[in-house]
Design a protein around this ligand. Structure first.
Ligand code: NAP
Length: 250
């Protein structure tokens, strides 16, 4: 087991940090957002389904954690201007951004390569790659205002070794790994660090869409992954950049 996989974060590990989580309404992003708030962060909840974001907001407020902000945004249709406006608003409201968890992505349809249609390919690339590029670019000014900012990208086993029928999703995760490496190299001697987490098989809606027949009770839950998600967002990982890690022991 890697040290970050059983990292025990102090209660105030993320105190006074402003952290944006994409796909914060469901699955791993939902649990990460609540866990970051529980450790003192003001969380910006970004996602496409406002109702789900409001439920996470209510849960965080009811628990007495710092009041979050909600950003309803469909990363499929969002433009560069939308992201730039978001970056400016974050600087206006918070003065900086300490953390960015790129978590939202879509699976698309698992199918043989020969059957992949262009609209499906384009949607997956838009949400999983282009949106992350535009968002990261637009948020760099806010991230550079933080004393030690952390950007975390989310990969997958199929983002490191391609697998039959995982088509555009797998390709998008290779692109995610590449984007993180380029950024980490560019910002190597700066206050910004960039790392990648592969959650591994986790009990969420996306997993059940990919493996509808498996016994989900045997899978790790998003909560099981949180030591790694906390480690890479907290100052504990301040000197770590350019890593691509697994949140679960294999
Ligand atoms: N679960 C696994 O076994 C597993 C394994 C390897 C990697 N991953 C990766 O881990 C991350 C989280 O996966 P998950 O299993 O938690 O997935 P999930 O349960 O499907 O949740 C994904 C979240 O992303 C949001 N999202 C999707 N499309 C969006 C869009 N166009 N604009 C804004 N938000 C959007 C979803 O919003 P809605 O709630 O509105 O749909 C949802 O909140 C993903 O990057 C995934 O590739 C997961």
């Amino acid at each position: 087991m890697q040290h970050y996989q059983n990292y025990q974060a102090p209660a105030d590990a993320l105190a006074n940090k402003v952290i944006l989580v994409t796909g914060a309404g469901d699955g791993i992003g939902r649990v990460a957002a609540i866990t970051y708030a529980q450790h003192g962060a003001t969380v910006i909840l970004l996602g496409r389904t406002t109702k789900k974001l409001e439920a996470v907001y209510d849960e965080i407020v009811a628990a007495g954690y710092p009041e979050p902000a909600i950003v309803p945004l469909d990363m499929k249709g969002a433009t560069e201007t939308n992201y730039q406006d978001m970056g400016a608003t974050i600087i206006d409201q918070f003065g900086r951004l300490d953390g960015l968890l790129h978590n939202a992505s879509i699976l698309g349809i698992l199918s043989p390569f020969a059957h992949i249609d262009l609209p499906t390919w384009n949607d997956i690339m838009q949400v999983n790659v282009t949106a992350q590029f535009l968002m990261t670019k637009a948020l760099l000014p806010a991230l550079m205002k933080a004393p030690a900012a952390s950007v975390i990208f989310t990969s997958s086993g199929v983002g490191r070794k391609g697998r039959a029928h995982w088509g555009p999703y797998a390709v998008s995760k290779f692109a995610t790994e590449g984007m993180a490496q380029v950024l980490a190299d560019e910002y190597e001697n700066s206050s910004l660090r960039v790392n990648v987490i592969n959650p591994g098989a986790t009990r969420t809606g996306m997993r059940s869409r990919a493996y509808p027949a498996e016994d989900a009770s045997l899978l790790k839950t998003p909560a099981d992954l949180m030591p790694t998600y906390l480690y890479f967002m907290s100052d504990e990982s301040k000197n770590t950049t350019g890593e691509s890690v697994d949140a679960q022991t294999r």
